[in-house]
Ligand binder design. Structure first.
Ligand SMILES: Cc1cc2nc3c(=O)[nH]c(=O)nc-3n(C[C@H](O)[C@H](O)[C@H](O)COP(=O)(O)O)c2cc1C
Length: 217
């Protein structure tokens, strides 16, 4: 399976470069292009194509970034899940704007997403939470994400406590855990091309539709 994945990855190499970008005018909805690129990354055998950099900023404008996983996309937003008491969450609650960045090196593609952020509904978070392995659900109860941890053994002890608290049956969704939705007002698609003459197409939301333009590389 690993060899097959590697072969697929190799076969994918440079595919985007050869294809280039469609004409900006021909593109009406950036989510259609995102779907096509995301599918190409998934089908190309890339490892974790859904990994994205999430950049947030404190109210006084200090940025911080980390990787999270895309768990839902479309028709007009990107969703990830996390701990609502983490550092990223504290920054998002105080300053609900984020940037997401996808980089699929073998395809020479990058997607930049920017926009306001809101929490997903409890129903949606519950549905996703219960789709995860039981160990991950217990982990969400045990981890006080981004707080100082004195020793690994403390975390392991907390996991034991949570396993004893929820020995069987459904593990309830903790209040401190759930999703965030980024609803972009700007998305930029970057396609590597020879001699660094890359293609860049920007979509900016205009009411219910999008306007597009190209940028110099
Ligand atoms: C590949 C990868 C995927 C990750 N996915 C998530 C995720 O979906 N949600 C999450 O909270 N943390 C995820 N993490 C951990 C975060 O990068 C980060 O360490 C954690 O969320 C704490 O960030 P904060 O202190 O800025 O809040 C992931 C890390 C990696 C390397």
């Amino acid at each position: 399976m690993r060899l097959f994945r590697k072969l697929r990855t190799l076969l994918t190499s440079g595919a985007g470069v050869a294809v280039g970008m469609p004409d900006a005018d021909a593109l009406k909805d950036p989510f259609d292009l995102f779907d096509a690129w995301f599918r190409a990354a998934q089908e190309g055998g890339l490892y974790l194509p859904e990994a994205m950099t999430l950049a947030t900023a404190s109210p006084d404008g200090k940025p911080s970034a980390r990787t999270v996983l895309l768990k839902d996309v479309g028709p007009d937003s990107f969703v990830f899940y996390t701990n609502y008491t983490s550092r990223k969450a504290a920054e998002l609650e105080a300053n609900p704007h984020a940037s997401l960045l996808f980089h699929w090196p073998i395809l020479q593609r990058q997607v930049r997403v920017e926009g306001p952020v809101s929490r997903v509904s409890r129903e949606e978070s519950t549905a996703y939470y219960h789709s995860r392995p039981r160990g991950s659900q217990i982990g969400a109860w045990a981890s006080d994400q981004s707080s100082e941890l004195d020793a690994r053994s403390t975390l392991e002890q907390r996991i034991k406590e949570m396993e004893a608290r929820f020995p069987e049956g459904e593990v309830p969704l903790p209040d401190h855990w759930g999703g965030y939705r980024v609803t972009p007002d700007r998305i930029e698609f970057w396609q590597g091309r020879p001699f660094r003459l890359h293609d860049r197409i920007v979509f900016e939301r205009e009411g219910d539709s999008w306007k597009t333009h190209r940028l110099y590389p």
